[in-house]
Design a protein around this ligand. Structure first.
Ligand SMILES: Nc1nc2c(ncn2[C@@H]2O[C@H](COP(=O)(O)OP(=O)(O)OP(=O)(O)O)[C@@H](O)[C@H]2O)c(=O)[nH]1
Ligand SMILES: [Mg+2]
Length: 303
């Protein structure tokens, strides 16, 4: 399984990583213009201005302390600073054996990769010995059930769903009951893509969350926002709204394959204080990588 960032995120070396390595090479001297370029490159890579400024400032201070004069000598400092600002790696926090079933609620705007991420997470959990149940609380699109059912067939996992137009919270309720009846220890709850600007849709999501919280102790144990890594910093605004509505525990950034905007992982951490838990690097079921900041930063900056 592509479980290390080095495998799955080898593409971090392209895009932002490549741009950073270009600046920090070629026998250049450390000078103000170089820090300017570093700053501009980070901002162009979607780290957000505040995160970029904080990172460059910290690198500059560390470089002075250590007397670094060659640009290449900055690589390790940039990698270490980036990793520190990204925080620790964020595995899923689910109840262990003997506890209630783990509940993972997956939310986000249209087309970010929620359904695919639910399938990928299920495969990962199953490979780790858990017994997941898929719950399709997207009753908005008829095709949503079919899409998740295809994944369920492929993975050999059951899918709980209702008719299109039904109440998503009722599906969540049935999901919990089915998990108990069938001895499943993790529920992965997919939801309809929704505009963060539509209050009614956000209320519906809150109701799904309330039902899960009422039916399972401590649930949802994870509420993951799926954002599209190519969509730019607009994702942060969405994240704030979802966070307020359903208390996010982490973020999954999808489509980080082949984007120059990988810096969004830093913006998420800095602006929202939320860990990026996983990164999607393709459409296949194995294309989900546990996000490890140290490995990610190293991968980006290693020669
Ligand atoms: N390249 C790439 N494509 C992805 C990734 N994750 C999802 N996709 C693709 O993005 C498209 C949308 O994925 P879905 O999982 O259907 O997205 P969704 O958020 O469930 O969409 P809605 O339910 O309509 O809101 C599909 O074509 C996926 O194959 C990823 O990490 N990388
Ligand atoms: Mg979907």
């Amino acid at each position: 399984m592509a479980d290390t960032v080095g495998g799955g995120l080898a593409r971090a070396r392209g895009g932002l990583g490549l741009a950073l390595r270009r600046i920090l090479s070629g026998g250049r001297k450390v000078e103000p213009a170089l820090y300017e370029e570093l700053l501009e490159t980070l901002i162009a890579g979607d780290t957000g201005v505040a995160a970029a400024e904080a990172l460059v400032e910290e690198v500059r201070e560390a470089a002075i302390r250590r007397g670094v004069v060659e640009a290449e000598g900055l690589r390790d400092l940039v990698a270490a600073t980036l990793a520190a600002q990204l925080g620790p790696a964020g595995e899923l926090q689910l109840p262990g054996p003997g506890g209630p079933p783990g509940v993972v609620l997956v939310v986000g705007v249209n087309g970010t990769g929620k359904t695919t991420t639910v399938a990928k997470l299920a495969a990962r959990l199953a490979a780790g010995g858990r017994r997941p149940l898929l719950v399709q609380a997207d009753t908005f699109r008829a095709a949503a059930t079919e899409q998740l059912s295809i994944w369920g067939d492929r993975l050999g996992l059951d899918v709980i769903h209702h008719r299109p137009g039904g109440d998503p919270a009722a599906v969540a309720f049935d999901g919990v009951r089915a998990a108990q009846a069938r001895g499943r220890d993790v529920l992965l709850v997919d939801t309809a893509g929704r505009l963060h600007t539509r209050a009614g849709l956000i209320e519906e999501l809150k109701k799904v969350r309330r039902v899960l919280a009422r039916e399972v102790e401590g649930a949802p144990h994870e509420t993951l926002l799926v954002i599209d890594g190519t969509a730019g910093l607009n994702s942060l605004e969405q994240a704030r709204v979802f966070n307020e509505a359903v208390s996010l525990t982490g973020v999954v950034v999808t489509k980080l394959d082949g984007t120059a905007r990988g810096g969004v992982v830093l913006a998420v951490r800095r602006e929202l204080g939320l860990p990026v838990k996983f990164v999607g690097t393709g459409e296949g079921v194995g294309d989900l990588v546990l996000f490890d900041p140290v490995a990610y930063a190293r991968e980006m900056l290693a020669p």
